[in-house]
Design a protein around this ligand. Structure first.
Ligand code: BTN
Length: 252
């Protein structure tokens, strides 16, 4: 992809009419959020390098030059209604892409993708008025030294570390955009059941002992899976069930 130039990429309809690739941005989510009213539905903003990539809960997100994918898409709620399950649908899209490359991954609620207990992808959803910015980071060609230098080793992994293959970043982006379109269209047109069924087939947390770090309390207990609205449920040692629509999970 050339810098800051719409490419020839054409999806089945959702993305690609406005696809911008920058050599460097502070954060593709920040870029989209600051232009949220002017960017069209389906706009894709990608950066070869982010200088201030952000994750959930104000964490930093490592984005290495030409070795990771960092991009955001703009979704207009009037054109494609979004819900609490949109982030899960995006994680499903990443999972399906990895499966195409024979990488066995699991899904960690609410929207992380994990390979061999290491994080390979994260998703950050932000909104303003009736628009959503869906930011995806995927570790593609990073080496262990890239993670070591910023204290993320062995917590993180990349596609290359899992397969030994060096990937063409633009191919990975276009394939992921296609998967994302399929997942989000399935959610909008068929409802949440296909996405939730897929999630349940690759759920990292169900049956595991977890702690959910939430605003007011942080209960621990057995994860009993996800419900019809994508909520996570946990049964504590007293047999009480807790439901979460958001939060950060740590495994025991
Ligand atoms: C997380 O796991 O906490 C979410 C990470 C999201 C990272 C992506 S990279 C593209 C977009 N721009 C950002 O600053 N963050 C998201």
């Amino acid at each position: 992809m050339k810098n800051n130039e719409a490419t020839q990429y054409r999806s089945k309809g959702l993305w690609g009419s406005d696809l911008f690739d920058y050599s460097s941005l502070p954060s593709t989510n920040d870029y989209c959020m600051s232009r949220i009213t002017t960017l069209r539905h389906g706009t894709v903003v990608s950066a070869q390098h982010q200088t201030a990539g952000r994750g959930r809960f104000s964490r930093n997100w490592l984005s290495c030059e030409n070795t990771s994918l960092s991009f955001s898409v703009v979704i207009d709620n009037k054109k494609m209604p979004y819900s609490g399950i949109t982030g899960m649908a995006a994680a499903v899209a990443v999972h399906r892409l990895l499966l195409r490359e024979s990488i066995d991954a699991l899904l960690k609620w609410p929207n992380d993708v994990i390979v061999n207990n290491r994080k390979i992808s994260g998703i950050l959803l932000e909104g303003a008025s009736d628009r959503l910015v869906l930011g995806i980071g995927l570790n593609v060609n990073m080496e262990s030294a890239d993670f070591q230098s910023c204290g993320l080793w062995p917590a993180a992994t990349s596609m290359k570390l899992e397969t030994g293959i060096s990937y063409e970043l633009s191919d990975v982006l276009y394939n992921l955009l296609d998967e994302l379109e399929q997942s989000l269209c399935s959610l909008a047109e068929d409802g949440s059941s296909l996405i939730l069924d897929y999630w349940r087939s690759y759920d990292l947390l169900k049956g595991r002992h977890i702690t959910v770090n939430h605003t007011n309390n942080s209960p621990s207990g057995l994860c009993t899976g996800i419900g019809a609205s994508g909520e996570l449920s946990l049964m504590d040692k007293n047999g009480a069930t807790h439901f979460f629509l958001s939060g950060d999970v740590t495994l025991a």
